[in-house]
Ligand binder design. Structure first.
Ligand SMILES: NC(=O)C1=CN([C@@H]2O[C@H](COP(=O)(O)OP(=O)(O)OC[C@H]3O[C@@H](n4cnc5c(N)ncnc54)[C@H](O)[C@@H]3O)[C@@H](O)[C@H]2O)C=CC1
Ligand SMILES: O=C(CO)COP(=O)(O)O
Length: 367
């Protein structure tokens, strides 16, 4: 059997950390071509092209400084050149860039390729709803798309600290192949077939993390933050139950669910910028530029995308945390209003009765 080629589309903080893992695995696995191409959105660093820096120093000095990438990871500035021969395409760009990326690749990849999306976010859809990123890729490129989401702060994984992740994949054989590409002794993969719920968890937790950051900025303490995390988890479950029937409750207890929610609310960029929003008086856009050095914030845009749908469906009131976070991000409410809104709506959030959810409570086989 010929060796499969993997291409990584994206080279930010997480893109570079996953390139370190995939490159290391590709160098050892007989089933994979050892050369892993990584598409890099080209930019100049001190007058030098980032692709050239990566290919000579084997370090993404801007987005994952201080961590060496394996030498078989090759940075490529042309997206078609990077992707055209690949059998497995790993999508890992900030979610706002996915429509353009897919347009650039339309009709130019192998028809037999499969996708794995690590992207957390949605897009707004015609007709007033939202689109899953995996669905956008699937529609535009006509390939099957699995997802990978989890409690995965990129810097910690690049440091090889023990972490877990969840792959959502409908095909058991493909699930085994994807797991082999991603898993290491310190990065443990669980595969479930509840693909939509895995992806939605990854997107929604970023909204909750913005709320957690506001709580930190207001110095309200750990009990309040735990309350926001709990309410956030309930709204995540309710969202999946309401709009994506057939999902499993057990998925929320995988790494993509409660674990990612916790790590992002304590250690993520969304939390950090939202805390600074409260304490600095600067805008979120200013703080993203000032604090993240080119990395991109996903939470406020995701809150806007979710709000677009909830407003159209006259359901903003049913998701008070998601709605309030969005209203704070766009300046309609202040961070202090977060707690007032939660007090007004505690009945609503307490009313979410898991026994009455349509979610399937049967455990997946979790291979
Ligand atoms: N960083 C992390 O710890 C984790 C991130 N994720 C998710 O992975 C996805 C990618 O995140 P990161 O790799 O961290 O990216 P990042 O937040 O580091 O974003 C910077 C990347 O965006 C690229 N970029 C800038 N402008 C662009 C444009 N116009 N078109 C295309 N690319 C452009 C930059 O070249 C750079 O590669 C996001 O959806 C994020 O939520 C998921 C788990 C962990
Ligand atoms: O998704 C993440 C961790 O799993 C990273 O979250 P942030 O984008 O808030 O840093």
């Amino acid at each position: 059997m010929s060796q499969q080629k993997v291409c990584i589309l994206g080279s930010g903080n997480w893109g570079s950390a996953i390139a370190k893992i995939i490159g290391t695995n590709a160098a050892c696995l007989d089933s994979l071509d050892s050369c892993v191409k990584m598409w890099v959105y080209e930019e100049l660093i001190d007058g030098k092209k980032l692709t050239e820096i990566i290919n000579t120093t084997h370090e993404n000095v801007k987005y994952l400084p201080g961590k060496k990438l394996p030498e078989n990871v090759v940075a490529v500035p042309d997206v078609v050149e990077a992707a055209k021969d690949a059998d497995i395409l790993v999508f890992v760009v900030p979610h706002q860039f996915i429509p353009k990326l897919c347009s650039n690749l339309e009709g130019l990849i192998k028809p037999t390729a499969v996708g794995l999306s690590l992207i957390k976010g949605f897009d707004v859809a015609e007709g007033g709803g939202i689109d899953l990123i995996s669905k956008i890729i699937n529609r535009k490129l006509n390939i099957d798309v699995s997802v990978l989401m989890g409690a995965n702060l990129a810097n910690e994984i690049a440091d090889e600290k023990f972490s877990e992740t969840t792959i959502g994949c409908r095909d058991q054989n493909l699930g085994k192949i994807l797991k082999a590409i991603i898993q290491t002794d310190y990065f443990r993969v669980s595969v479930v077939d509840d693909v939509e719920a895995v992806e939605i968890c990854g997107a929604l937790k970023n909204i909750v993390a913005v709320g957690a950051g506001f709580v930190d900025g207001l110095k309200l303490g750990d009990n309040t933050k735990a309350a926001i995390i709990r309410i956030g988890l309930m709204e995540m479950i309710k969202f999946v139950d309401t709009f994506y029937s057939g999902a499993r409750l057990s998925t929320f207890f995988e790494s993509c669910g409660v674990a990612d929610l916790i790590t992002t609310c304590y250690g993520g960029r969304n939390r950090k910028v939202s805390e600074a929003y409260v304490t600095s008086g600067k805008t979120i856009e200013e703080l993203e530029k000032e604090l993240l050095n080119g990395q991109k914030l996903q939470g406020p845009i995701t809150a806007a995308e979710v709000n677009f749908m909830l407003k159209n469906k006259h359901m903003e009131i049913d998701f008070p945390l998601f709605t309030t976070v969005h209203q704070i991000c766009i300046g309609e409410l202040t961070p202090k209003d977060l707690i007032e809104q939660m007090k007004l709506n505690t009945n609503k959030t307490n009313k979410l009765n898991l026994e009455k959810c349509n979610l399937n409570t049967v455990q997946g086989d979790g291979k």
